[in-house]
Design a binder for this molecule. Structure first.
Ligand SMILES: C[S@@+](CC[C@H](N)C(=O)[O-])C[C@H]1O[C@@H](n2cnc3c(N)ncnc32)[C@H](O)[C@@H]1O
Length: 249
């Protein structure tokens, strides 16, 4: 895509790269019933790693934080150093499409707002292979929150993310792929607004001034502003769902 550098300049300035918050990460983690003393965790699409740091604080774990954008990993590892967590987190710059870990390796796979890059179903399959038997997968995925969302919303997602479904349909998929659903909950609107879109609006103000006259940059920022406004108008109809599940066979 033309102008990716402006897109990355925006995202590198944000605290996180998608909706989420530490309270929800903790809530999801605390639904996991039983773990080894030092769980081995893979965080797929970790971005700048807000949830990676939280996971490291929650458990005496070893975490591989995987992303294909080095600047995000650098930001994460700086935070890990500042927080004294370097013994717990290793970063790995590869595509989630090229993961070459041994099968049956991880106690937990975590992925907030990122598994969809593999396709949700394909992502479930790949995680199933990489998890130990009876191990856990926690992911957030965009869903419809009501059975009949307005036509404008349906048309928007046909273009943006045709794989969007109702929570009950995602649960069916999860069960069909060999997982037992432990728990699921919808992220609060504050995890879109306070943690993600409000910081983005502030950065957009700054970057719109910085790149005055640059049609490509301004075009990208305009699209992001449209996405924010769309969410503000239609947030009753779609959201992120946290799914916490266990590999059962
Ligand atoms: C919506 S962000 C979520 C980041 C982080 N989990 C969070 O909640 O802040 C998606 C992340 O997936 C990463 N990503 C996109 N495609 C990827 C791929 N093929 N392999 C690895 N990471 C990828 C992006 O660089 C980005 O950091």
């Amino acid at each position: 895509m033309e102008g990716m550098e402006y897109f990355y300049e925006l995202f590198e300035a944000l605290p996180r790269c998608g909706p989420g918050d530490n309270k929800s990460t903790r809530r999801a983690f605390n639904t996991i019933p039983k773990l080894p003393k030092q769980p081995f965790i893979l965080d797929i699409g970790c971005g700048p790693g807000v949830q990676t740091i939280e996971l490291a604080k929650l458990s005496n774990s070893k975490i591989i934080a995987l992303d294909n954008h080095q600047a995000f990993l650098d930001k994460l590892m700086k935070k890990a150093k500042d927080e004294g967590l370097l013994d717990h987190i290793v970063s790995k710059n590869i595509s989630m499409l090229d993961m070459d870990f041994e099968e049956n390796t991880f106690d937990i796979i975590w992925s907030e707002g990122a598994l969809y890059f593999m396709g949700f179903q394909n992502g479930l399959r790949r995680c199933h292979q990489l998890l130990k038997r009876d191990a856990y997968l926690a992911v957030t995925e965009i869903v419809y929150l009501v059975p009949n969302p307005p036509t404008t919303v349906v048309e928007y997602f046909e273009k943006e993310y045709p794989d969007i479904k109702l929570v009950k349909d995602k649960i069916k998929l999860i069960q069909n792929e060999g997982f037992h659903l432990i728990s699921n909950f919808t992220l609060p609107k504050s995890s879109w607004l306070d943690s993600y879109y409000l910081p983005m609006e502030e950065e957009l103000c700054r970057l719109n001034k910085k790149y005055q006259g640059n049609e490509i940059a301004l075009g990208i920022f305009e699209e992001m502003k449209k996405e924010i406004n769309f969410y503000k108008k239609f947030s009753d109809f779609y959201g992120y769902e946290f799914f916490i599940m266990q590999r059962i066979n």
